[in-house]
Write a protein that binds this ligand. Sequence first.
Ligand SMILES: Nc1ncnc2c1ncn2[C@@H]1O[C@H](COP(=O)(O)OP(=O)(O)OP(=O)(O)O)[C@@H](O)[C@H]1O
Ligand SMILES: [Mg+2]
Length: 257
Amino acid sequence: MTNPAIQFENVSKKYGSNTVINHLNFTIPADSLVTILGSSGCGKTTTLKMINGLIQPTSGTVSIGGQPLDEWNLIDLRRHIGYVVQQIGLFPHMTIADNIGVVPKMLGWNPTKIQQRVNELLRLVQLEPQQFASRYPSQLSGGQQQRVGVARALAANPPYVLFDEPFGALDALTRLSLQKEIKRIHQTLQNKTFLFVTHDINEALFLGEKVMVMHHGQIEQFATPAEVVNHPATAFVKELLGTVRQNQALWAGDRDE
Ligand SMILES: Nc1ncnc2c1ncn2[C@@H]1O[C@H](COP(=O)(O)OP(=O)(O)OP(=O)(O)O)[C@@H](O)[C@H]1O
Ligand SMILES: [Mg+2]
């Protein structure tokens, strides 16, 4: 692919005099899986929402597939971009199948094609269609609901999928199994660019082909997990890695008592 999938050129976002994104420049290569890592309030969600047009930058240019955002029709753009968030917001009165089929239905697909697609997606996220298709969201565990959220985001086969801390509320084991799923799904599907926001350093390093470390609306480092671990670019990245080592020291019994 010649077009970079997602490109930020000198992008800033201000609320009044408060600069939350500060001259951001980066290119997410097409078909890659990139994680954005940073602490609360550093601008991760703002960055994602400037990609799907929910937030307008104050200055600079965001381009998708080589085309600046203001040249995109917003409805068309959102059709190209799946979005998975923590509060997944499944419609409680609709079955799992209907929840996953919302966008295809809006796009006017015929019912047979929608049903086939729903079953295919349920299998992709490891939920047996016979068991889950006709259930309601309240009849699923939190982890299963997040799987449905991933399936729903993929329903119309968008080339880009944005994930905003989708597994933040799940227990460690469920979270790990979903991280593995995301990796497998990205490898299975062709021509998909995944951008995954997290404040969990292990999640960012495990999932990302490249990791973008953000701090105060700027990029501290954008590199492979190995480069981040072996050559942290700034004092902030070093400190971040240090917290992981501290945790390890704690549970490894590396204490005086
Ligand atoms: N509508 C708004 N008006 C004013 N300030 C805002 C608005 N939306 C976000 N902010 C501020 O912008 C900064 C970045 O917010 P953002 O939601 O992007 O952070 P985040 O990295 O996603 O944090 P978290 O990990 O807690 O979700 C924060 O300081 C936030 O208070
Ligand atoms: Mg956020």
